[in-house]
Design a protein around this ligand. Sequence first.
Ligand SMILES: *[C@@H]1O[C@H](CO)[C@@H](O)[C@H](O)[C@H]1NC(C)=O
Ligand SMILES: *[C@@H]1O[C@H](CO)[C@@H](O)[C@H](O)[C@H]1NC(C)=O
Ligand SMILES: *[C@@H]1O[C@H](CO)[C@@H](O)[C@H](O)[C@H]1NC(C)=O
Ligand SMILES: *[C@@H]1O[C@H](CO)[C@@H](O)[C@H](O)[C@H]1NC(C)=O
Ligand SMILES: *[C@@H]1O[C@H](CO)[C@@H](O)[C@H](O)[C@H]1NC(C)=O
Ligand SMILES: *[C@@H]1O[C@H](CO)[C@@H](O)[C@H](O)[C@H]1NC(C)=O
Ligand SMILES: *[C@@H]1O[C@H](CO)[C@@H](O)[C@H](O)[C@H]1NC(C)=O
Ligand SMILES: *[C@@H]1O[C@H](CO)[C@@H](O)[C@H](O)[C@H]1NC(C)=O
Ligand SMILES: *[C@@H]1O[C@H](CO)[C@@H](O)[C@H](O)[C@H]1NC(C)=O
Ligand SMILES: CC(=O)N[C@H]1CO[C@H](CO)[C@@H](O)[C@@H]1O
Length: 693
Amino acid sequence: MRLTDLWKGILVLSTSTATFATTNEGTGSVLVPFALDPLSLGSITPNGWLRTELETSAAGLGGHLFDFWSFVANSSWIGGDSEYSDLNEALPYWVNAMVPLSYTLQDERLKSNVHYVVQTILDRIQPDGWIGPETLVGGKRMIWARTLLFLGLTNLVEANATYEKPIVDALHRFNGLMNTMLKNNGTGMIWHEGDKLSPSDYVWFMSRAEDMLVSLQWLIDHYPGNQTDILKENIDLIHHFGSKWEAWYTNGTYVTQDLYDVPASVTTDQWPFLHGVTVAEGLKAAAVLRRSTFNDSLLETAKNGVDWTFAYHGAASGTILADERLAGVNPYYGSELCTDVETIYSLAYNYLAIGDNDYADRTERAAFNALPAAISGDWWSHQYMTEPNQPYSKNLSSTPFWNVNTVGQTFGLEPNYPCCTVNHPQGYPKFTMYSWLKKGDAGLVHALLSPSHVKTQVAGGNVDIDCQTDYPFRNVLTYTITTDKAFDFYVRVPGWATGNTLSSSDKGQQAGELDPESGLRGIHVLPGTTTIKYNIDEVSSKFRTEPRANDTIAVYQGPLLYAIYIPPVVSSGPPKLYDTQQPFTPGTYPPEAHDYQMLNNTEWNVAIDPSTITYYDGGEDTALPQPTWDDGQLPMYMTAKACLIDWPLFRGSVPGWPILKGDRKCLGDAFNVTLRPYGSAKLHMAEIPTIDL
Ligand SMILES: *[C@@H]1O[C@H](CO)[C@@H](O)[C@H](O)[C@H]1NC(C)=O
Ligand SMILES: *[C@@H]1O[C@H](CO)[C@@H](O)[C@H](O)[C@H]1NC(C)=O
Ligand SMILES: *[C@@H]1O[C@H](CO)[C@@H](O)[C@H](O)[C@H]1NC(C)=O
Ligand SMILES: *[C@@H]1O[C@H](CO)[C@@H](O)[C@H](O)[C@H]1NC(C)=O
Ligand SMILES: *[C@@H]1O[C@H](CO)[C@@H](O)[C@H](O)[C@H]1NC(C)=O
Ligand SMILES: *[C@@H]1O[C@H](CO)[C@@H](O)[C@H](O)[C@H]1NC(C)=O
Ligand SMILES: *[C@@H]1O[C@H](CO)[C@@H](O)[C@H](O)[C@H]1NC(C)=O
Ligand SMILES: *[C@@H]1O[C@H](CO)[C@@H](O)[C@H](O)[C@H]1NC(C)=O
Ligand SMILES: *[C@@H]1O[C@H](CO)[C@@H](O)[C@H](O)[C@H]1NC(C)=O
Ligand SMILES: CC(=O)N[C@H]1CO[C@H](CO)[C@@H](O)[C@@H]1O
């Protein structure tokens, strides 16, 4: 959502410019190489449950926006005039999601939508090289929306050579134009007197500038042409005019308190660093900047940024609590779906750029918990805002959120605001794209564990690997590898693992030592066909708990968060427009699209005795459900002994802070509750009060 009066402090941290060396004098290289290199889009295709989810998304809301949703179908980028804001960002968000979704699945219908849109955008490039609908005469030439578009376009170049020349030429021309603009006192990036956009509009690009740097660095890596210097200059200029995340993530500046507990002047001044989606994108800002500056102290900045964000403003599901401003760790605060998907992308980027295992663990946590919890099993509806303790999803009597309305936590077509309607489908495609990475010339790494197939070149040979697994639901991964050259195969061992075995059908090859930093463990693979089995060990009880605020716990099995499952009473109606909250006109939307109300079919005010938690697989051979995350369908679950406790509401609408352990009393007899994977418990209590029973 856009906020109009929170821009005043935008320059506060922006002007504290540090100067950076922009070349590495020592080696002459232009950018710091990635720790692990991504593969071209299309090299990795999903198997198993991940394929189910990507196909369901393609068959669901995300994959049909082009057919009926005016902000995509009639976008100003392709000749219409339908935009939800002056930022003109809806179609760029769509491109950013649909390029990887369509090429990951090789879905011909979606690919042809993408080709039409991209060709139309290229055909409409303006004489001076500006990409997009904003003309000089009409004003409003702010760069931001191109950030999203370029991420999609650069992926398309890697996926389909037909687009290499037209897109790279267009990006080069735009880069030249952008250089002229930026040198003219940051035109297109910072607000100037008389501009048609407001200062608050410009904050989005200033504070999310690292996502544009990703594309400029991609050009330097792959298609510098004769533009290396001007690309580098643009990176410096964008950083110069942009928000300084490296200044924000310093001890003394970063706000560790709940944002409700600091003066409004502070939150106003620091607004660029407080918007949840912006924070999620900014998790990679230091890693991106380090590539251009060769300044290794940014490694610590990146680590502090991630650690502090999750320690002081994080949810147990792996996302950031911000509704829409960063909050604290209260379980009735919410997380925006856009924040979930941007968190996945940023943390995956940090892992490949830096190679610290913690980023990959955190990527999986967000991808296997926060994202699926916010989406209906059929991918036709989503929440704008998800709460860790959410026993019902309905039009609330009052909003518990800082700036999200009373229907933001319902599942629907565009609850609260449309950005997540169009941004959400990037989540699993990006996760899939970065699930396999290259290590040097001769190594291939399974980084983000999931069922998938990869075909690529390693050590000058053709490698084909098929991975079958129910991970994260079960901990065995089986790889069938065919290669014509020897190479090193690596798996990533999650941080929560208590051990692992990695064994090859080629008995002559033994796995190497685990590298504690990257979490990688390798085994040499000779030409021919080899089968590798990878078992991840975990605690024998199969679950772990982590303390949360106010004497509550979060319960995990592997990377999965388990929450008390609240069976829902579901009712549905036609989708409603986000602004008027009136129904869409009948016949203008697909019949699968609904807005839902989900009410608790049991009491939710329970405390559990953690010593009674028991894990059940539901039968080792039980197939995973399709769709995977449909409400309550996954076979694995836990039980625990529980009782009802007194639990006051916040603002009369949602469960407030649980009362502290010393004051908890059972209101009746003990009974068993069921815990289910958070992603399949659309109504849930994830921050669970404890009690001795
Ligand atoms: C490197 O980055 C750190 C953290 O942002 C900063 O304090 C320092 O000044 C930078 N060093 C150089 C040489 O720019
Ligand atoms: C797009 O605009 C045209 C012309 O106004 C209109 O007829 C059509 O219904 C619109 N399509 C969508 C999907 O909104
Ligand atoms: C690449 O794009 C061209 C032009 O849209 C299209 O004809 C072709 O089928 C695409 N190739 C693949 C592999 O999708
Ligand atoms: C550059 O733009 C800023 C922000 O609008 C303005 O305050 C400043 O005076 C401008 N500087 C020049 C040299 O025009
Ligand atoms: C860069 O290359 C483009 C196209 O290849 C050419 O038109 C342009 O003149 C070159 N610019 C410089 C500064 O060499
Ligand atoms: C900042 O430093 C102080 C003193 O070393 C320490 O107590 C505090 O935890 C640090 N803050 C953060 C956010 O790490
Ligand atoms: C939610 O309730 C409010 C009144 O409390 C009403 O104005 C609004 O239209 C309702 N929204 C939806 C989508 O039902
Ligand atoms: C649902 O929760 C409310 C309190 O929010 C409670 O009064 C009601 O009894 C619960 N519904 C059922 C069916 O248990
Ligand atoms: C509750 O769960 C425990 C542990 O699984 C089990 O032994 C017990 O029989 C269950 N009690 C009831 C009433 O279902
Ligand atoms: C009732 C109560 O003690 N609530 C506390 C819950 O935890 C937060 C964060 O530590 C405290 O601020 C509350 O006071």
